[in-house]
Design a protein around this ligand. Sequence first.
Ligand code: PLP
Length: 356
Amino acid sequence: MSLPYKSYFRPEIDAMQGYVPGEQPKMQKLIKLNTNENPYPPSEKVLQALKELDMKRLRLYPDPLADDLCNLVAEHWGLTRNMVIAANGSDDLLTMVFRAFTSEKLAVSFLDPTYSLYKILAQMQHAKVIKIALEGDEFAMPANILEQAKESNLLIITRPNAPTGNSFAKSTMREICEKFDGVVLIDEAYADFAEDNCIDLVKEYSNVIVSRTFSKSYSLAGMRLGYAVGDARLIDGLYKLKDSYNVDLVAQTAAKAAFADQENLKKNSEAIKATREKMRKALEDMNFTIVPSQANFLFAAPPDGDGEGYFKALRDAAIIVRYFPGERTGKYVRITIGLPEEMEKVLEVTKKRYFS
Ligand SMILES: Cc1ncc(COP(=O)(O)O)c(C=O)c1O
């Protein structure tokens, strides 16, 4: 017998669906290319630092400010310490940013398509969403983005964008930061695979925050780590909103070691970019349409435009990629760049589907 139930949730919480993360299958023998994880293990220095961690210290709370890590980040990017905040993954940062800058009265603008969590966070805040539709097969930034976004208090540019993988001209970014009357959050989850980044803009503009993650280029998705940089006054406000101990001791230890090993980061990112370019060419040779990617994945439309069919064919061969239903995105699948041999397997199944 079920107990009588009455909901006391805020109506917007009852009305929302909740974020659905990419599938994390339990099956062992599959090729997992659906959540943009790194195919290479984290730096040896991370493993070493974790081995050396004195387990007795887990009895104590971690440094609430993750000072050592933030100092490393500040030094690396030529910023002051008060321009950096660490977080439990960049999703944690996004939560802080939405709490800080959106509400029933303060709208948010973001690209369409883009990272689907933003919509959920806006719903939690009961904030109006202005979607900036990206244009054409290249998913290009519309020229009138400032006009479209002008009623909002927060504008998120995901650069490179997800799930499309493309980037936007730095000059456009600069213009947006200069002219937008509100906070510009540049989500750089994939910037280590790109030609450039926007971290320097936080030194020039007091309304800009750039967020980063350790989940992709540092191979630490399982650890949950991210950071943001921005004007000291913006970062100071985010500190008011963060959970007291948002980054645990193990994660701080791993992140410090990972960040200190920039050589390993570069080596793995270069390998992934090389595989990405090979994969792009091979798929284009099979008449796929590929959005030019600066991330660790390809947004690829098969020759028949049936993204779902291709997704299922790969799945039948134990290869999991990500499919985003919808009028524009449904033509594509998003394929994370894995090991070269995993990509070979994708190509083998693809060839069989379209050329035999
Ligand atoms: C654009 C974008 N931002 C943020 C995130 C979240 O990353 P994290 O693992 O740091 O929470 C993702 C994860 O896929 C992403 O695609």
